[in-house]
Design a protein around this ligand. Structure first.
Ligand SMILES: *Cc1c(COP(=O)(O)O)cnc(C)c1O
Length: 418
């Protein structure tokens, strides 16, 4: 029997340049806290056009340091999206603050600025004299908006920044999926106080594991450099620990890999863009293809389509069948508030964020990486076409909100324990 060729969902793009760069570090004694760390940070800050970049061991570590360095703690709350990778909400819990979810826009899948504004206007009170924004239900102070540029589509940062300015909130941008994306001419991750990037192998560029925190604030940068390195003080000794810190360092091997990847970033992003454009042209009509709003430049992290049709295809069956036929695929993203830990801790239930849930139950991520050939893209599309033609309808019982995904007015947000 002919062996079925598999097309993976993602694949890193590693060339001889990356391999040589890592090997050269191995030939030196500087495997950590060496010259490649500074070089990677400076190159990254330059690429983004920000003053400071702090390299850390993962995107999640960078998110944690962002929350911590802004002084967000157990009496505070942070507004964020339920449609994301889990760590954009977990990082708020790491500091015992409360994540408050606000539902998303049906087109970009990003947090909806008008819902953020409505939440602040109706569910919060601005304390006279101090200007603190208090969330009535939990009694906590709302300190920040943590916006995620999901699937590489930038959030409307102009609107979010205006809201943040009005209520004097911090903005953290989770740009882990959006390196190179632009909103209103500004690079994603460079608008808020802090921007976060991640370099796991399925991201646009990789360091194996790794993350980056960028900021214009020298105080935040200094604090994060100390926190990633066990709370050591600049100028203090190896065993002088000023703060409760962590080992969130990124080794010089990872940094050398990152420098080489970053030097090829335009080429990497261009190749991904070509794959996505080919998908768009071949899939339009069959499924809902990803939309990019005017004024936005998308950076392609994953290529996510939404199933459509009446009756609606059974997404779980489609995923299983694509996998069986050798096509890498995934259910990006199950809503964060419906993850078992969040349901148990905060009492969330299906129906709490109907737009997020309606989208999350229809989305399918298809293979997107730089090694994909046009023929492979065509094969993915043809396989999807065949699978959809055979798909049973989505079983009734999975429809938490039958037939009206995103159309019914969603409750603004739900918060869990105070
Ligand atoms: C990948 C990702 C992260 C975290 O990255 P890690 O490096 O895996 O910790 C955070 N947020 C989003 C939206 C991501 O896609």
């Amino acid at each position: 029997m002919e062996k079925e060729l598999k097309i993976p969902l993602s694949s890193p793009d590693i060339t001889g340049k990356e391999i040589d760069a890592v090997v050269r570090v191995l030939q030196t004694p500087h495997l950590s806290l060496g010259p490649k760390l500074r070089e990677f940070e400076e190159a990254f800050a330059g690429y983004l056009g920000v003053e400071h970049a702090v390299a850390v061991s993962s995107g999640t570590a960078a998110l944690h340091l962002a929350v911590k360095s802004l002084g967000i703690g157990e009496k505070d709350a942070v507004i964020t999206t339920p449609f994301s990778f889990i760590s954009s909400a977990n990082c708020i819990l790491f500091e015992r603050a409360l994540p408050i979810f606000v539902d998303i826009e049906p087109v970009t899948y990003n947090i909806a600025p008008e819902r953020v504004e409505e939440f602040l206007g109706t569910e919060c009170a601005t304390e006279w004299g101090t200007g603190r924004v208090l969330h009535r239900k939990s009694g906590r102070q709302v300190k920040a908006i943590l916006a995620v540029h999901v699937f590489g589509h930038p959030c409307d940062m102009e609107r979010l920044a205006a809201i943040a300015a009005k209520y004097r909130l911090h903005i953290i941008e989770d740009a882990c999926e959006a390196i190179g994306a632009e909103c209103q001419g500004k690079k994603a991750g460079s608008v808020g106080e802090i921007g976060i990037f991640a370099f796991y192998p399925n991201k646009q560029m990789t360091t194996g594991e790794g993350g980056m925190l960028v900021t214009r604030d020298p105080g935040v940068a200094l604090l994060c450099r100390s926190l990633r390195n066990q709370g050591r003080d600049a100028g203090g000794g190896w065993l002088a620990h000023r703060w409760l810190g962590y080992n969130y360092r990124l080794s010089d091997l990872n940094c050398a890999l990152g420098i080489a990847q970053l030097s090829r970033i335009e080429e990497i992003l261009r190749k991904r863009d070509m794959v996505a454009r080919l998908y768009n042209s071949l899939l339009d009509g069959l499924v809902a293809v990803p939309a990019t709003v005017p004024g936005a430049v998308r950076s392609w992290f994953v290529y996510v389509v939404a199933l459509k049709g009446s009756p609606e295809p059974d997404r779980e069956w489609v995923l299983k069948e694509l996998t069986r036929r050798g096509i890498g695929c995934s259910n990006y993203f199950p809503p964060i508030h419906l993850q078992p830990f969040y349901q148990q801790s905060f009492g969330y239930r299906p129906g709490d964020f109907p737009i997020t849930e309606g989208i999350a139950r229809r989305t399918v991520a298809l293979p997107l990486h730089n090694r994909l050939t046009a023929d492979e893209v065509r094969r993915v599309v043809e396989t999807l076409r065949e699978v959809l033609a055979k798909s049973p309808a989505r079983p009734e019982e999975r429809k938490a909100v039958p037939g009206d995904w995103g159309l019914r007015r969603a409750p603004l947000q739900r918060t869990g324990g105070a």
